[in-house]
Design a protein around this ligand. Structure first.
Ligand SMILES: Nc1ncnc2c1ncn2[C@@H]1O[C@H](COP(=O)(O)OP(=O)(O)OP(=O)(O)O)[C@@H](O)[C@H]1O
Ligand SMILES: [Mg+2]
Length: 135
């Protein structure tokens, strides 16, 4: 799903964050799926926000926020289950978030979903910041 097709603007708000040590291909797969979910659930001409910050406790936090239909509160607990598909756009297999959780957990991080009814969805990923080799 391409942002341009729908006129969705992606706004990136990233401070110079620490590097994360891990498997770049797998981490790309995680962010690719979450962005794909955000874009396919976004209304036309809306905004998807990506915010990346360092938290004080040596953690890098990335939030991906859309303004689509969101995820009903009673379904939030299940979106990371294999094959689970809640409301919203049902394309794909329902595996993306299950795989994302496995990958993030393997990197020592956490992934969670938040959603207010009809106010979009937000995915929050926290990963341990890597140590700079120069220091
Ligand atoms: N940004 C979002 N807005 C609304 N619902 C979402 C969003 N992201 C995920 N979901 C819900 O969570 C379900 C699981 O997401 P997941 O990425 O695992 O599967 P999928 O996108 O349906 O399929 P796949 O990722 O395998 O192509 C989705 O089917 C959808 O119901
Ligand atoms: Mg998906």
């Amino acid at each position: 799903m391409q942002a341009e097709e729908k006129g969705v603007e992606i706004k990136i708000d990233a401070e110079p964050a620490s590097a994360v040590i891990g498997d770049a291909d797998r981490l790309e797969q995680v962010f690719g799926n979450i962005l794909d979910n955000a874009l396919k659930n976004s209304p036309a001409q809306s905004l998807v926000e990506i915010a990346a910050h360092n938290l004080k406790d040596e953690t890098v936090e990335v939030r991906i926020i859309d303004s689509g239909p969101g995820i009903p509160p009673e379904q939030l607990a299940y979106v990371f289950e294999r094959f689970y598909q809640a409301g919203g756009v049902r394309s794909g297999a329902g595996l993306g978030l299950a795989i994302a959780r496995e990958i993030i957990t393997a990197h020592g991080g956490t992934i969670e979903a938040q959603s207010e009814p009809r106010a979009g969805a937000e995915f929050i990923i926290r990963l341990p910041a890597g140590q700079s080799l120069q220091e």
